[in-house]
Design a protein around this ligand. Structure first.
Ligand code: ADP
Ligand code: ADP
Ligand code: ZN
Length: 214
């Protein structure tokens, strides 16, 4: 099962992708997590990506596509994977389709988690992320058990640099301009499914399971 998560920044793609990965036993591939892990490890890719991320801009396709193609070519992806945050541009989607068609495969589902812009700033300002294990929380709707501490690994949870309100506005504009066109792209392929992302996270997940099948 090969799945793409679509949706604005903060729509809940990552939250749902982790739940899908657990239930269906497929890897969760988040390009944002990969860039942040590279930054933490001090790689050149991480430093380059940060310049764009901190401005709310997309990292150039040239730095993004090869890394995803390498990842999905690994052994643990042979029965499927869930992509979270990729593709974010039409050229990325075309590169993905081309790579899969070379091995006679294609994506099975694109799931758009739909959340109106007016809810996004609140989602992002309340998001707390564990930069150690990638878990995310929300100070109101999905709090950690102990304030400021990751439930999963015990490290501190923080407001990401790019979740400041000004940067969020920029990311939303970039989303509408560069990523939203993917909704029509996958509609055209007949694999688009939309779920309402403003419900509680368990209900969003239930809607996704109905699409994917139990
Ligand atoms: P969010 O969870 O808010 O959707 P991500 O963690 O997916 O954010 O991404 C954080 C940042 O990393 C993006 O704003 C962008 O700068 C960069 N990024 C992540 N994925 C991609 C991609 N596929 N193409 C270009 N840039 C990306
Ligand atoms: P994305 O990966 O699309 O950027 P996240 O999964 O990181 O989004 O979710 C953004 C923020 O919203 C996080 O703080 C997360 O805990 C919270 N969140 C996710 N799903 C829901 C939901 N259904 N209802 C309320 N808050 C949610
Ligand atoms: Zn953690």
């Amino acid at each position: 099962m090969k799945i793409i998560m679509l949706g604005a920044p903060g729509a809940g793609k990552g939250t749902q992708a982790k739940m899908i990965a657990d239930k269906y036993h497929i890897p969760h591939i988040s390009t944002g997590d990969i860039f942040r892990a590279n930054l933490k490890a001090g790689t050149e890719l991480g430093m380059k990506a940060k310049e764009y991320m901190d401005q709310g801009l997309l990292v150039p396709d040239a730095l993004t596509c090869d890394l995803v193609m390498d990842r999905i070519g690994q052994d643990d992806c042979k029965d499927g994977f869930v992509l979270d945050g990729f593709p974010r541009t039409i050229p990325q989607a075309e590169a993905l389709d081309a790579a899969l068609s070379n091995i006679n495969q294609k994506m099975d589902y694109a799931i758009d988690v739909d959340v109106p812009d007016e809810n996004i700033v609140n989602r992002m300002s309340g998001r707390r992320a564990c930069l150690n294990c990638g878990a995310t929380y929300h100070i109101v709707s999905i709090p950690t058990k102990v304030e400021g501490v990751c439930d999963r690994c015990g490290n501190p949870v923080v407001l990401r640099d790019d979740d400041q309100p000004e940067t969020v506005q920029k990311r939303l504009a970039v989303y509408h301009e560069q990523t939203q066109p993917l909704i029509d792209y996958y509609k055209g392929q007949g694999i688009l499914n939309t779920v309402s992302g403003t419900q509680p996270m368990e209900d969003v997940f239930q809607a996704i399971v109905e699409i994917l099948g139990a």
